[in-house]
Ligand binder design. Structure first.
Ligand code: AMP
Length: 421
């Protein structure tokens, strides 16, 4: 399936192309058509499946075809300010070539923001992404204009209920016009979510996306570290773990280049693969790898879905991928066929939240392995705590690509790597 199959307006297709989305994800394939046809939807889909664009794209398309004036057009309720900001960034990217207006409204922001929020809620905005408490504060002042609201979306609804937002949601519902399309997304579907769905949704299309899980036989371990500890830890792990073929994944090609250089300096026989290299160079590298001449490969996600080399028995994630699916695909490079496999993931402070989301997706806690004492003290694993430069952001965050070989040479393990830009 292709995005053009949905008959989206051209400006939206341009935004999709600019966001580098090639094809719809499974959740998008299933969720977009019923939304476009006007149905309510309840979908169980976790972060990492492309669920945000799955609801944004059809909603934006309908707002472009049938503009709303002088009122909020779409209300997206979310549990946290991080998610509000992240969704607003998605909206910005996908709506770049359109005239759609949007705003993220969340608690804890300053008085100046309050004025802008009031203006959007009073005079109208196409898409408002909001945490419940902050919206209640505005509703209490009487100026919020939901008269022509077309869409209500509850994202991460299970988390909103877990955080005690049920009453706030009820209050908000009382202010919304009945004649609207409602969409509910939740990672899990406990009874309280079903009860909420019965209250909010009319004859909804039910969509259940089962995330692919990695084979059980892969031994997964995570190392919770400070960024500068990664390089010495990788060296240690590669020396300690017997392997035939190992792949080291990095999210960015710059990191691939730097890590390869550092490993070569340390004496490893290693090559790199990323999109800056010509196809023939990549193929030669892959065949050298498959034949065992080069046992170690550093790569971007360019090969996380493609290669099928039976002898890969170790995968190391230098960083945590943005997508749960990418994690599954990365570690799925090992333990192919009858072989066993091990997958290590280095989790820096800035990546903890992302890794927590992946664990939620897998419905499994990955074992946190001890880091050798000589590398110094390591951070606590607190994936639910907000970190500076937090891990959920795709743009502008510092979470990706700590610089290999520029870090710890002993002695500075206390430094907070999330401050390193
Ligand atoms: P989400 O599950 O909404 O948090 O999305 C996970 C990540 O997938 C985000 O970084 C999106 O930008 C990205 N994404 C969403 N849809 C697509 C797609 N069709 N192709 C590639 N990436 C996508």
């Amino acid at each position: 399936m292709r995005f053009t199959d949905f008959n989206f307006v051209d400006a939206l297709l341009e935004g999709i192309a600019a966001s580098n989305y090639q094809t719809p994800t499974p959740v998008q394939e299933q969720v977009i058509p019923p939304i476009l046809s006007g149905r309510d939807v309840i979908a169980s889909a976790q972060t990492g499946t492309g669920k945000t664009a799955a609801f944004l794209l059809p909603v934006m398309n309908q707002l472009l075809l049938h503009p709303v004036t002088d009122s909020v057009g779409t209300l997206i309720l979310v549990p946290t300010r991080e998610l509000a900001i992240q969704i607003a960034q998605h909206v910005e990217g996908l709506s770049y070539f359109t005239h759609l207006s949007s705003i993220a409204i969340y608690g804890g922001s300053d008085a100046q923001n309050f004025v802008a929020e009031k203006k959007a809620l009073q005079l109208g905005a196409d898409i408002v992404v909001c945490t419940p408490g902050r919206l209640i504060a505005h509703l209490n002042m009487g100026y919020v204009n939901f008269k022509q609201l077309k869409f209500l979306i509850l994202d991460e609804a299970d988390r909103m209920l877990d955080m005690g937002f049920q009453d706030d949601i009820n209050k908000i519902l009382a202010h919304l016009p009945a004649n609207r399309q409602s969409l509910l997304f939740s990672a899990t579907m406990p009874e309280k979510i079903c009860a909420l769905a019965r209250k909010i949704l009319k004859n909804p299309a039910e969509i259940n996306i089962a995330i692919s899980k990695p084979p059980e036989k892969i031994i997964q371990k995570a190392y919770v570290v400070h960024e500068p500890q990664k390089m010495p830890l990788i060296s240690y792990l590669l020396k300690q773990t017997p392997y035939k073929n190992a792949v080291l994944f990095c999210s960015r090609k710059q990191t691939v280049k730097e890590l390869t250089r550092s490993l070569k300096r340390t004496g490893f026989t290693v090559e790199e693969i990323h999109s800056d290299l010509e196809q023939t160079v990549r193929e030669n590298t892959l065949s050298a790898f498959a034949s065992g001449r080069v046992p170690l490969l550093v790569a971007t996600d360019i090969i996380s879905r493609g290669i099928d080399i039976d002898t890969i028995d170790l995968v190391v994630n230098w960083d945590v991928p943005d997508d749960g699916e990418d994690y599954v695909h990365r570690i799925g490079r090992t333990a192919r066929a009858e072989a066993d496999g091990t997958a290590y993931t280095l989790v820096s402070k800035a990546d903890q939240r992302k890794f927590g989301a992946i664990e939620a997706l897998l419905e499994k806690q990955v074992e946190k392995a001890p880091v050798p004492a000589e590398l110094g003290p390591t951070p606590a694993y607190e994936p639910n705590k907000r970190q500076a430069g937090g891990g959920r952001f795709k743009r502008g965050g510092s979470s990706r690509g700590g610089r290999p070989g520029h870090g710890h040479r002993g002695g500075n393990a206390h430094r907070d790597p999330s401050n390193r830009k």
